[in-house]
Design a protein around this ligand. Sequence first.
Ligand SMILES: NC(=O)c1ccc[n+]([C@@H]2O[C@H](COP(=O)([O-])OP(=O)(O)OC[C@H]3O[C@@H](n4cnc5c(N)ncnc54)[C@H](OP(=O)(O)O)[C@@H]3O)[C@@H](O)[C@H]2O)c1
Length: 258
Amino acid sequence: MKIVVIGGTGLIGSKLVTKLREQGHEAIAAAPNTGVNTLTGEGLAEVLKDASVVVDVSNSPSWEDDAVLKFFETSTRNLLTYEAAAGVGHHVALSVVGTDRLSESGYFRAKIVQEKLIKDSPIPYSIVHATQFFEFLKGLADISSDGDKIRLPPVLFRPMAADDVASAVGRIAVAPPLNGTVEIGGPEEFRMDDLVRRRLAALKDPREVIADPKALYSGAKISERTLVPSKNARLGETRFETWLKQSGAQIPSAHTTH
Ligand SMILES: NC(=O)c1ccc[n+]([C@@H]2O[C@H](COP(=O)([O-])OP(=O)(O)OC[C@H]3O[C@@H](n4cnc5c(N)ncnc54)[C@H](OP(=O)(O)O)[C@@H]3O)[C@@H](O)[C@H]2O)c1
């Protein structure tokens, strides 16, 4: 099956392309540096020719309110238009658990627009809501920093390894479209401030993490269970300590820093 992975050079995308190729699929990594730009439409008609499935795991280079909205709105419109012309039969998109509860955040307003465009389009689809990636814990510290202090709400969450995200998205991409949303998460629940503190300690990052119930998450007020997936979520296997011991976890990727 020809599967085009938009954002196929990113954290999730590169793992997904490898996994799909291992299963014998023709997986194409599409991103600006492979000649495909969803914002401008460049390269889309060519790359989508004969594609059965498109998986969108791209992300906006800027998380500033207007820029991120423009990115997800324009990119998704372009993608769906070119997919319809090419006869693509399944559009898969990666989004975030709790997106619909986070509309105070500019980033999440953009993800809500992305999801609405997909649901309103005639193309069969599957939306995957993932929890925060372990690889994003340092990025979470960076977007929540106030000088050398990091203020985070002590809420519950169920983060997961990027590798488990890519495996789950890969399984959904080759299955029939859900025409709905599925949630995926990690095997353990944590307090957000506690886990970020543990991640920074492992990185020997000296910044202090302060539990602050009033602290915002990506610009939005959140409560105890805003980020927790439902009981029906499909859970990945990789535990936090196992992930930490893996060599790659010691070096933050450029994509997960801000
Ligand atoms: N971070 C989390 O904890 C989390 C949790 C749940 C869901 N998600 C979702 O997961 C998705 C992927 O995240 P990620 O961390 O894997 O992203 P990432 O590593 O930042 O990768 C983003 C990808 O998008 C590509 N891209 C950027 N602009 C593009 C354009 N104009 N046209 C085509 N491709 C473009 C990038 O290409 P270049 O490398 O060439 O720039 C890169 O391949 C996002 O939609 C995010 O909302 C994230």
